[in-house]
Design a binder for this molecule. Structure first.
Ligand SMILES: Nc1ncnc2c1ncn2[C@@H]1O[C@H](COP(=O)(O)OP(=O)(O)OP(=O)(O)O)[C@@H](O)[C@H]1O
Length: 233
């Protein structure tokens, strides 16, 4: 099976504090994977390491066999939890900005996504609502033909209707030979789209499983298991 991402024994310390401790897992192509954990469990830290925006204290990460660093950046599309846009931009400027940076940007896909998201190139970024802003960020991230998409809380703080729209866009526009790793703590709303889930707790990986196996072997939904594992957090 094709390995898109390999994380081996990764530890990240900030000063003397461990944000991640000995995390190892691999992801195959064609999966939507939920990275789940309570506040401060290490999700953003792990995503930044995979995107090459920070370095692990120890351990190794590779994308398509390429060690994370400058060359792997062309394989990974990262949607951070804060907007990448500038306030003077309109939606068209934001997409051109992305296109200038990334040769794998697909303008045709961006156009189809804008229509699906009910965004116009003329919309001013600073006047977009939070939900519309997240739709734009998602359009920017998914319009690249990357192998691995990393999305940090793509539906944080938007209303249930906007959430459904954003999740539907993810299902509609993701390529079957790529993989999405998506962090959230809104498990109930989003678990329907996951093929696999990873739980991290206080910097350690406590579970990596196919969602189907959780249902068949443990008789539990992701949400039920999440509530059990993080009951005291
Ligand atoms: N730049 C930093 N300097 C010092 N400590 C940090 C830094 N970034 C993160 N941490 C710490 O590392 C731990 C993990 O943080 P991280 O942001 O990765 O968690 P998270 O799971 O994404 O949390 P949330 O769900 O609240 O966004 C936390 O204890 C946090 O305080």
């Amino acid at each position: 099976m094709d390995r898109i991402l390999q994380v081996q024994d990764v530890t990240k310390k900030y000063g003397s504090k461990h944000a991640l401790r000995g995390v190892s897992f691999g992801l195959s192509a064609g999966k939507i994977v939920g990275l789940l954990g309570s506040n401060g469990s290490g999700k953003t830290t792990l995503m930044k390491l995979i995107a090459g925006l920070a370095r692990p204290t120890s351990g190794r990460i590779s994308v398509m066999g390429v060690p994370v660093g400058e060359p792997s950046k062309s394989l990974v599309s990262f949607m951070p939890d804060r907007p990448l846009t500038e306030s003077w931009m309109n939606v068209g400027d934001a997409l051109r900005f992305q296109q200038d940076f990334y040769p794998d940007f697909d303008p045709g896909k961006a156009k189809r996504m804008l229509e699906f998201m009910k965004l116009s190139e003329r919309d001013k970024v600073r006047t977009l609502s939070k939900g519309m802003g997240e739709r734009l960020q998602l359009t920017m991230a998914l319009s690249r033909r990357a192998k691995l998409y990393i999305m940090d809380e793509p539906i944080g703080g938007v209303d249930p209707v906007a959430r459904t729209k954003i999740l539907n866009a993810l299902m509609e526009f993701y390529e079957e030979d790529s993989t999405i790793l998506l962090s959230t703590h809104l498990v109930t709303d989003i678990e329907r789209i996951f093929d696999e889930v990873i739980f991290i707790k206080e910097g350690e990986l406590v579970l990596h499983s196919e969602v189907e196996d959780l249902r068949l072997q443990r008789g539990k939904s992701v949400d039920e298991l999440f509530r059990e594992v993080y009951a005291e957090c």
